[in-house]
Design a protein. Sequence first.
Length: 126
Amino acid sequence: MSSKKLPHLKPLATICLPPAVFCIIEPIMFGLPVVMNGFLLVPFILTHTLTGAFTYWLTSIGFVGKMYMNLPWATPSPILGYLAAGGSIGGAVIVFINFAIGMVIFYPFWKSYEKAEVAKFNGETA
């Protein structure tokens, strides 16, 4: 996120980071907002669908151990992946792979959103 282009989102990023580490994403969902945002709704759905299918495939071939533990929802993701998969390193690794997939999917949509927000901001200040 470019704080120079969208200075009003910098405080949101600072506030949302600590809760996001513990899987509390409501500040992002409703603060950004992802909810009811045409720019971010498509990658939100696409990312979760693709990473879910990818994780299922990696589990079926044995890269990730089968999930069998139910852990508290606020467990940080890499720890959750490792423990839920019975101590499988693949469970922790897949978290970072899925994060990278999400970043690749979200990037063009974020740039479009950023461009529209900058145009709206410049139109209001002119």
